[in-house]
Ligand binder design. Structure first.
Ligand SMILES: Nc1ncnc2c1ncn2[C@@H]1O[C@H](COP(=O)(O)OP(=O)(O)OP(=O)(O)O)[C@@H](O)[C@H]1O
Length: 261
């Protein structure tokens, strides 16, 4: 049994349960005709953390924008926890799929941290004590409780990133999708965010160019290039294959060695 199968086996064994995410033969061309996805298949089991790697222009962002229906494929299908991404399901799909953008400033717009974190669940109907509990639990999960009444504008980049994550967690998503979580973070903030993500246990898809971060956080990686999945396997194995990395314009930081490789 290879590493991927091993990793998935725990989740899959129990899995008459629906996969957290199932993408099947997804194709998409932008209105100018550029084919950005050319038949993508991807299955993520509940509890997995999967990195999506690939060079600039590979189609990673295009793929993530399909997961909550912002973009709609010209063919193929997507389901989240068994629910198909189609018009009639979009409200529930957007609750199930929590997108954390690369730039927290695209996500935070309220006067206080508390209000930013309350915005999503309130929008999905949470009120009163339930809303307060969700806000409390989400801020606690990212270690930002003591900052609840501050303005997000007065926080550091790392803190803002964690508040953006809390705002998504408060909606109780079934699939967390992180776009470049470590981008623009200083080393301490990068490590603190990794510790938070490891503590969550959420099913996570993480798009990143930060290969050591993928290795630290995601046992499995999917590599996308030119609109196709070109590899899907244990992150440590993929990142130890120099020839494969070169072929897909992926590069580890100078001097970085994959432990055990
Ligand atoms: N609005 C658009 N119109 C036309 N083509 C687009 C549009 N957005 C992206 N593309 C093209 O689609 C392809 C996939 O882009 P995408 O942004 O999904 O790649 P990516 O893997 O996320 O890249 P990066 O690592 O640079 O963020 C690229 O060739 C890109 O130029």
């Amino acid at each position: 049994m290879d590493g991927v199968s091993e990793q998935s086996a725990g989740a899959a064994a129990a899995s008459e349960v629906e996969p957290a995410l199932a993408v099947s033969d997804l194709t998409y061309a932008y209105p100018d005709g550029h084919a950005a996805l050319r038949g993508v298949d991807l299955r993520v089991e509940p509890g997995e953390r999967v990195a999506v790697l690939g060079p600039n222009g590979a189609g990673k962002t295009t793929l993530t924008l399909h997961l909550n229906g912002v973009l709609r494929g010209s063919s193929g299908s997507i389901s989240v926890g068994g629910l198909e991404v189609v018009d009639r399901n979009l409200k529930e799909i957007r609750r199930r799929v929590g997108l954390v953008f690369q730039d927290p400033d695209d996500q935070l717009f309220m006067p206080t941290v508390r209000e930013d974190v309350a915005f999503g669940p309130a929008n999905f109907g949470a009120r009163g004590a339930e809303l307060e509990q969700r806000v409390h639990e989400a801020l606690d999960a990212v270690g930002m409780t003591e900052h609840a009444h501050r303005s997000p504008l007065h926080l550091s980049g790392g803190q803002r990133k964690r508040v953006a994550l809390a705002a998504v967690l408060a909606c109780d998503p079934e699939l967390l999708v992180l776009d470049e979580p470590s981008a623009n973070l200083e080393p301490v903030a990068r490590r603190e965010l990794a510790e938070v993500l490891l503590s969550l246990g959420s099913t996570t898809l993480m798009v990143t160019h930060d290969l050591p971060y993928a290795l630290q956080l995601c046992p499995r990686s999917v590599v996308v290039d030119d609109g196709r999945v070109v590899a899907d396997g244990p992150t440590a194995e993929l990142l130890a294959d120099d020839e494969f990395l070169t072929a897909h314009r992926l590069e580890l930081p100078f001097g970085f060695r994959v432990p055990g490789a």
